[in-house]
Design a protein around this ligand. Structure first.
Ligand code: HEC
Length: 111
């Protein structure tokens, strides 16, 4: 067996394990970046987006959102006057991506 075939096989297997675990892992770490996003979310956003984004609070439920990545990115960066602060300067692009990955992982959990 060629080296690359072994690698591809190993990656397929670890992918299968990750997705098999997803339903029982609360933070859905199977989505890349979601774990870091979960921590950022808990410390910065959870105050208004309750239940880790799974329930409404001062802000709406985010789990299962049908908004585009672009919309979400813009909302986090710019915020909304009188409703939500903007975080464009507080977070790096990578952190913003992690937050989006986290929000998407809420959907992946099937709530
Ligand atoms: C001070 C309370 C507050 C904080 C803190 C906050 N939000 Fe919000 N958020 C809101 C409110 C209120 C809305 C609804 C704004 C509107 O009317 O569009 C909202 C809307 C959103 C939306 C758009 C939802 C939709 O479908 O319209 C996203 C995405 C979002 N917030 C993500 C975040 C993230 C990520 C953080 C942390 C970086 C965060 N929010 C922190 C209050 C907050």
């Amino acid at each position: 067996m060629s080296r690359s075939l072994v690698l591809a096989l190993a990656m397929t297997l670890s992918g299968a394990v990750a997705s098999a675990q997803a339903p029982t892992t609360p933070q859905a770490a199977a989505v890349p970046g979601a774990e870091e996003g979960a921590q950022l979310f808990a410390s910065t956003c959870g105050f208004c987006h309750q239940g880790g984004g799974r329930a409404p609070g001062r802000g709406p439920t985010l789990a299962g959102t049908e908004r585009s990545d672009e919309f979400i990115l813009n909302r986090i960066k710019v915020g909304k006057e009188g409703a939500m602060p903007g975080y464009g300067r507080a977070f790096s692009d990578q952190q913003l991506k992690a937050l989006i990955a986290y929000i998407r992982s809420l959907k992946a959990e099937g709530k």
